[in-house]
Design a protein around this ligand. Structure first.
Ligand SMILES: Cc1cc2nc3c(=O)[nH]c(=O)nc-3n(C[C@H](O)[C@H](O)[C@H](O)COP(=O)(O)OP(=O)(O)OC[C@H]3O[C@@H](n4cnc5c(N)ncnc54)[C@H](O)[C@@H]3O)c2cc1C
Length: 436
């Protein structure tokens, strides 16, 4: 055993990436002191069920706890936020004044939901965001009280999943999105059009191409109404702001790292970069908080807010944390996510940003069962399936291998290939994949 005075490895962020990173350290033979710091009071839990099964009432929020490896042997510091990092002294400062020394640090502080602005009604009761299990539990209680109408602001994955759950519960829903379709950024408006059909078939009042300007409340401070840019108003007594997420990096101010609300920049080996661009060999990052150069897409900086990345990147960072300086391996990852909504199982691989073409290679959009591939300048860069995931792994391999577009011809079940324009909105300021 390691002497108790040894600093050992500290993990900040007790969620998916933190837990999986810590487990990987043990798997790779690390036997020293291992401390996991988390600002939530809970042991690591899983977020994907929150916007699906917890809202629907099929699972309680406390049933989302992640399984833990029996060989973890970690010291937990839960309900304690890390508030500062002193890299010169290799000390992590916690909110209660404690100072934790470290030999190596894994930053896995993830992201937080972007709130509705306080000045536009964000402090009214009945206005929610959905990121953690407390949010999901509170939202579930509010849904059980049968709101007259739920307004969902933002048609990303969480907005659409929440809309789907509300309709399953029979609650009236309006969904407002600035783009022509939901999921326009991640899937393009052509595939987003299939979601529009699902929303409308489920009875969602979908308002595309407009924005909520402000929320208004009654004398008791309860939300009652939203004003839209198109001049209309929506009467709603429950609002879910599904506006995406910002990375939890505020606590790193003053640490001298390249960090902002879009992420903590790392090198290809998951080492955090200092403000001068040099890698700190004692500080690694993984999961939603990390922004790193992705080899498959020309080394452009991305941060990926998906479950699979949190697991893989944390395991990769853990491996490098224990390896010698000359043996730091680059993190080569094919991003992937899934979603379930309106009875459809959506799975996607790759990064579709910048796609200039789209081919439906299996099934059809009309049947809402299909597999489509995104191309850019003649190369296959991403694929999405709606209830048609059987061949997705083959397309994922082709995308990872940089195959031409479309990558596989004459495949089993392939009837005819339609090549179309994917219809992406203009790019955002930074290159990011958002789950929210
Ligand atoms: C509602 C919801 C549904 C989702 N559904 C899907 C899905 O269907 N498919 C998919 O691929 N992905 C999905 N995701 C995304 C996936 O859950 C995330 O990518 C994953 O949780 C990232 O894990 P993480 O550990 O990097 O970050 P997080 O899960 O955000 O965990 C970070 C942890 O660090 C803590 N923390 C932050 N700051 C500090 C600090 N200063 N000190 C101490 N602790 C701190 C946070 O409170 C949190 O507990 C969903 C996410 C949400 C919110």
């Amino acid at each position: 055993m390691t002497p108790p005075d040894q600093a050992g490895i500290v993990v900040v962020g007790a969620s998916l990436a933190g837990l999986r990173g810590a487990e990987a350290l043990r798997r790779h033979g690390y036997d020293g002191r291992l401390t996991i710091v988390g600002d939530e009071a809970y042991l690591p839990y899983d977020r994907p069920p929150l916007s699906k099964h917890v809202l629907a009432g099929e699972l309680t929020a406390d049933a989302t706890t992640l399984p833990q490896s029996p060989s973890l042997r970690a010291e937990w510091r839960l309900g304690q936020a890390a508030v500062a990092l002193d890299r010169a002294a290799r000390n992590l400062h916690l909110a209660d004044g404690a100072v934790l020394p470290y030999d190596k640090l894994l930053i896995a502080t993830g992201a937080q939901a972007r709130p509705w602005p306080a000045g536009s009604g964000g402090t009214l009761s009945g206005v929610f965001t959905l990121r953690g299990r407390d949010d999901a539990a509170r939202l579930r209680v509010a849904l059980e009280r049968r709101p007259r109408r739920v307004l969902i602001v933002g048609g990303g994955l969480i907005g659409c999943e929440a809309a789907s759950c509300c309709r399953d519960l029979g609650v009236p829903v309006t969904l407002v999105d600035p783009n022509a379709t939901p999921l326009a950024r991640s899937l393009g408006t052509l595939i987003g059009g299939v979601i529009v059909e699902c929303l409308r078939a489920a009875g969602v009042d979908f308002r595309p191409g407009t924005q909520v300007l402000g929320l208004e409340g009654d004398a008791e401070g309860r939300v009652t109404r939203a004003r839209l840019r198109d001049g209309s108003t929506i009467e709603a007594d429950l609002v879910i702001a599904a506006l995406g997420a910002t990375r939890a990096t505020a606590w790193l101010a003053g640490a001298g790292l390249l960090a902002d609300s879009s992420g903590l920049t790392c090198d290809g080996a998951c080492r955090a970069l200092a403000s001068d661009g040099s890698a700190d060999s004692a500080v690694y990052a993984a999961g939603d908080v990390a922004r790193w150069p992705i080899p498959l897409y020309g080394g452009r900086l991305v941060s990926v807010e998906h479950w699979g990345n949190a697991v893989e990147q944390a395991a990769h960072a853990a491996r490098n944390m224990l390896a010698a300086a000359h043996d730091q391996r680059p993190y080569d990852h094919l991003p992937a996510f899934w979603s379930s909504q309106f009875g459809i199982n959506i799975k996607a691989v790759g990064l579709s940003e910048g796609a200039d073409s789209l081919a439906v290679v299996h099934g059809s959009r009309a049947s809402r069962r299909f597999l489509a591939v995104y191309g850019r300048q003649g190369r296959s860069i991403a694929a999405v399936s709606f209830d048609q995931a059987r061949w997705l792994p083959a397309y994922a391999d082709a995308i990872a291998a940089g195959c031409p577009f479309p990558p596989i011809l004459d495949a089993t079940d392939q009837i005819r290939i339609e090549t179309l324009a994917p219809g992406f909105p203009p790019p955002r300021r930074s290159d990011e994949a958002h789950h929210g």
